[in-house]
Design a binder for this molecule. Sequence first.
Ligand SMILES: O=C(CO)COP(=O)(O)O
Length: 136
Amino acid sequence: MPRRTIGLVAHDHKKDDLISWAVSQRQRLQTHRLVATGTTGRLLEEALGQPVHRYNSGPLGGDQQIGALISEGGLDALVFFWDPLYPAPHDPDVKALLRLCSVWNVPVACNRASADLMFGVQSLDSDSYQRDVPVY
Ligand SMILES: O=C(CO)COP(=O)(O)O
């Protein structure tokens, strides 16, 4: 199995979602090198028992550090559960990171359904494809 570098990032209200998704995919993630923003990385490391390279916390420049990694060709995929309901103080950095994913054709999953598709847990071609619809 090739070892890829996977970025994992979540905003505060989305951290539980990301951690529970990552734990459900522990075996898949185990074969890859994981990088994350500060708080997300600490929580992931605790939950997965796997080393996670931690950049700064998002508001302190972590998104930009992951963006720099992308521009150097060092990131294979990003799972970024950003928060559509609460604005972040560092919104420009969030937008810049998502922009660089588009510029450099890095696959980015912004929720559990897209992360499942990215990692082959689900396929749109499969009769069994389903996604949860959240209730707000
Ligand atoms: O704010 C973030 C991404 O924009 C995430 O940062 P933390 O993982 O440090 O909470």
